[in-house]
Design a binder for this molecule. Structure first.
Ligand SMILES: Cc1cc2nc3c(=O)[nH]c(=O)nc-3n(C[C@H](O)[C@H](O)[C@H](O)COP(=O)(O)OP(=O)(O)OC[C@H]3O[C@@H](n4cnc5c(N)ncnc54)[C@H](O)[C@@H]3O)c2cc1C
Length: 383
C-alpha cells in the first residue's frame, strides 16, 4: 500500500487548492474525487473572485487567493480574466452603502473607485440609465470560468510526480490507525496518509454522517441560468447590482447598513427566495445570470429537491432587463448548485483525533477564499 504525506478527499476548489499548496511544499499527495470529474459547486458557480464582497477578515484571505490565481494563470491558462468587479447602485440607499464601503476599503488599503452614473455608462454602454445611480469598481478583481478552471488546475498538478489523482473514487471509510490515516474506497482499495483533509462539500452522507447531522451545517440550494452568446454586447468582469449591495457581507460592516435593512419590505419576491442579480459574461459571449438561495439543515434532503423553478428564472430575466439592454434574453441552460455553510461560523473545520481534518461549509465565498484559506490551513498543520 502506497504511503502519502497527505490524503485529500473531494476534488472541488477546497480540495484541489489544498493539493496545490501541499505539492508546493513537496508533500506526497493523493486526491480522491468520487465523480469522473468534479461536478459540485465548484463547476456550477459564477466564477466571480470578489474579496470586495467579504467582511474585512475574509477579504484578506480573498486577496491572498487573487495572488494565487494570478500566479497560476501566469504559468498555465486556467481561465482567469482580469476585468475587475463593479457594484451598481440603483437608489440613494445603495449608493450610500457603496460610498461607505469605499471608505472602509481605503482604510484597508484595498483599491476601489467610486464611479458616477456617466462613468458607469461609459464602461457598460448597455447599462440602463434609469437603473444606475452610481457604482463602486474594484480594479484588481478577477473572474474564472467555473466550467474549466478546476479541470485546468488539476491538469497542471498532474505534472508533479508527487501527485496521485484518483477520479471516480469514492472514499467510503476513513480512520486513524496507529500513526497514520487509513482511507478505504468503494472497491475496498486502501490508502495510507500521515494527515487527511476531507473537503466533501455538501456530501455529508459518505463519511461521518452522524457528526455532520449533529453539526450546525446547512445546505444552500442556488438556481442559475445562462443566456446564449451575444457578440455585440460586452459586459466585462464581475457585475453585481443593487440587491447584491443589500446582501453581501462587506456592506454589512457599513455604518448605514442596519437602518437601510430595517426599511426593506419583508414580503418581496426577491427576499422570499434570497435573490440578488449578478451577471458574468464568458469569453464566448454567453452570460451567467442568477441567483437565488434556499436553505435546509443537514438531513433534510435538500438535494433531493432538484426542480428548477420557472418563476425564479422569470424574475432573473425581468430584473435583468431593468438593469441592462441586451441583444437578446434567450436562455441556453438552467441549473441548480449546492454549497454548505455553518449557521454560526464562517467555515466548518473539525479535527478528529489529530490527523483527520474536516473542512467544508465555506459558503458562497468558496471560489474567492479557498486558494488563500487552503494556504493558511497547510501552514497551520505543517509549519
Ligand atoms: C450557484 C453557485 C454560485 C456561486 N458563485 C460563487 C462565486 O461567484 N464566487 C465565489 O467565491 N463562490 C461562489 N459560490 C460558492 C462556491 O462555488 C463554493 O463555496 C465552493 O465551490 C465549494 O467548494 P468545495 O470544494 O467545498 O465543494 P464542491 O465543489 O461541492 O466539491 C466537493 C467535492 O467532494 C467530492 N466528494 C464528496 N465526498 C466524497 C468522498 N467521500 N469521496 C470522494 N469524493 C467526494 C464531491 O464529488 C465534490 O466534487 C457559488 C456556489 C454556487 C452553488
Amino acid at each position: 500500500m502506497k504511503h502519502y504525506d497527505l490524503l485529500i478527499i473531494g476534488g472541488g476548489v477546497l480540495g484541489v487548492f489544498h493539493a496545490y499548496h501541499a505539492l508546493n511544499r513537496g508533500l506526497k499527495t493523493a486526491l480522491f474525487e468520487r465523480n469522473p470529474q468534479p461536478e459540485g459547486a465548484t463547476v456550477r458557480n459564477f466564477g466571480q473572485v470578489v474579496p470586495s464582497g467579504m467582511n474585512v477578515k475574509w477579504q484578506e484571505t480573498g486577496r491572498k487567493s487573487l495572488d494565487i490565481y494570478k500566479a497560476l494563470q501566469a504559468k498555465h491558462d486556467i481561465g482567469v480574466r482580469s476585468f475587475g468587479s463593479i457594484y451598481i447602485a440603483s437608489d440613494e440607499e445603495e449608493l450610500t452603502l457603496a460610498e461607505e464601503l469605499h471608505a472602509i476599503n481605503k482604510a484597508q488599503d484595498y483599491p476601489s473607485e467610486l464611479l458616477t452614473p456617466a462613468a458607469c455608462m461609459a464602461k457598460y454602454p448597455n447599462l440602463r440609465s434609469d437603473y444606475c445611480k452610481g457604482g463602486l469598481f474594484f480594479p484588481e478583481e478577477i473572474s474564472v470560468n467555473p466550467r474549466v478552471m478546476i479541470h485546468r488546475v488539476l491538469a497542471h498538478l498532474l505534472a508533479d510526480p508527487n501527485f496521485d489523482y484518483f477520479p471516480g473514487t469514492l472514499i467510503r471509510a476513513l480512520e486513524e490507525v496507529g500513526p497514520a490515516c487509513l482511507a478505504t474506497d468503494n472497491s475496498g482499495r486502501q490508502y495510507r496518509g500521515e494527515q487527511t483533509f476531507v473537503c466533501s462539500g455538501v456530501e455529508f452522507e459518505w463519511l461521518y454522517p452522524e457528526l455532520f447531522r449533529e453539526s450546525d451545517l446547512e445546505t444552500v440550494k442556488l438556481q442559475m441560468l445562462n443566456l446564449k452568446p451575444q457578440r455585440a454586447v460586452q459586459l466585462p468582469g464581475n457585475i453585481l447590482t443593487g440587491l447584491s449591495i443589500r446582501r453581501y457581507e462587506s456592506f454589512s460592516e457599513c455604518p448605514s447598513w442596519s437602518a437601510i435593512k430595517a426599511r426593506e419590505a419583508t414580503d418581496s419576491f426577491w427576499k422570499q427566495w434570497g435573490i440578488h442579480i449578478l451577471f458574468k459574461q464568458e469569453a464566448d459571449g454567453s452570460i451567467i445570470l442568477g441567483d437565488s438561495h434556499e436553505y435546509a439543515s443537514v438531513g433534510e434532503g435538500a438535494r433531493s429537491d432538484f426542480y428548477v423553478r420557472e418563476e425564479i428564472s422569470r424574475y432573473f430575466i425581468e430584473a435583468g432587463q431593468a438593469i441592462f439592454q441586451l441583444e437578446h434574453w434567450n436562455i441556453d441552460q438552467q441549473w441548480l448548485g449546492y454549497y454548505s455553510q455553518s449557521k454560526t461560523k464562517d467555515i466548518f473545520r473539525h479535527t478528529l483525533g489529530g490527523k483527520i481534518h474536516l473542512v467544508t461549509g465555506i459558503g458562497g465565498k468558496g471560489m474567492t477564499a479557498s486558494p488563500g484559506y487552503a494556504a493558511d490551513n497547510l501552514s497551520e498543520l505543517f509549519d
